[in-house]
Write a protein that binds this ligand. Structure first.
Ligand SMILES: [Zn+2]
Ligand SMILES: [Zn+2]
Length: 148
């Protein structure tokens, strides 16, 4: 599949990369749209800032090169084992934050304070790609009256 891959400061490449495999508890999405955020421009011009370039992220184990893009909507094309939250054909927005799920902040529901927070497109491959595999419990189904 085609993906926009960040290799470092002012080094963004449109590449052919292997399509990710669906895992248990995850779904595969065909990406319909992915925003280009001011943060992406900052990463291009001045980065790596938030993209893990020196060492892997502790939650995901991933570092550069990284597929960018963190504002993602897509259509579910494949369901992993044990997924009941969404079905094939559902249109979804992606909650792109993964956390440790064990610290005080995670247990209090304040996941944005987790010291090991991992965001899609910075600490794990993102949505400027044809497909993405993501956790089924981190998706929001779009109602029919909402355009994607
Ligand atoms: Zn953003
Ligand atoms: Zn945590």
């Amino acid at each position: 599949m085609k993906a926009l891959v960040y290799h470092g400061n002012k080094d963004l490449r449109l590449e052919e990369v292997p399509e990710p495999d669906t895992q248990p508890g995850h779904v595969k999405l065909a990406v319909d749209y992915c925003g280009i955020c001011a943060t992406d421009i900052e990463e291009y011009l001045y980065g790596p800032v938030f993209i893990f370039g020196e060492a892997p992220n502790p939650v995901t184990g991933k570092m550069m090169p990284m597929i960018t893009g963190h504002e993602i909507v897509g259509t579910v094309t494949q369901i992993g084992e044990g997924v009941s939250e969404v079905s094939t054909g559902d249109r979804v927005a992606l909650n792109g934050v993964l956390t440790c799920e064990e610290c005080y902040w995670c247990r209090s529901g304040e996941t944005t304070q987790c010291p090991d927070m991992a965001a899609v497109g910075f600490a794990i491959d993102g949505g400027l790609a044809e497909r993405i595999v993501w956790r089924a419990d981190r998706l929001v189904r779009l109602p029919d009256e909402v355009d994607s």
